[in-house]
Design a protein around this ligand. Structure first.
Ligand code: 9L3
Ligand code: MG
Length: 126
């Protein structure tokens, strides 16, 4: 499954989102995003997902990390892109029960969803 996520940065902090109860991996932290639709570019999918989930516009930058992780019997092929809010900052989410702005050196303290862990390790290493 092709999935994209946004490493949204603001004032040196990165937005971490906790998956809401009742969802896959509920209670785990992730970079927000979702599935790429057929015939959709990863960047277009990510801008759409962020608008749908967080209600804000983001500018998408470089691909920071891509890794495939087996979760149950599904391979999650997760691409994490740099992103910056172009207007309002996100305050609420349709898919998460907590949003937190985290300094990069504190990212590892959160309980991340398995597919996001390689990206968190790479970001933490600089
Ligand atoms: N997923 C993992 N890490 C992420 C994202 C955005 C998504 N940073 C996983 C959770 C689901 C699948 O990818 O198993 C699809 O994501 P969503 O559509 O539930 O957000
Ligand atoms: Mg999502």
């Amino acid at each position: 499954m092709r999935v994209v996520a946004a490493v949204i940065t603001q004032n040196g902090r990165i937005l971490a989102c906790r998956r809401a109860p009742g969802r896959a991996a509920a209670g785990k932290w992730e970079f927000p995003g979702g599935k790429v639709d057929p015939d959709e570019s990863p960047e277009a999918a990510l801008a759409r997902e962020i608008q749908e989930e967080l209600g804000v516009e983001v500018e998408i930058g470089a691909l920071l990390h891509r890794a495939s992780t087996l979760v149950g019997n599904t391979v999650i092929d997760l691409s994490c892109f740099q992103a910056w809010p172009t207007g309002e900052l996100p305050h609420r989410s349709t898919d998460h029960d907590e949003l937190r702005w985290v300094p990069v050196n504190e990212l590892r303290a959160l309980d991340w969803a398995e597919p996001d862990i390689p990206a968190v390790e790479a970001l933490s290493a600089g």
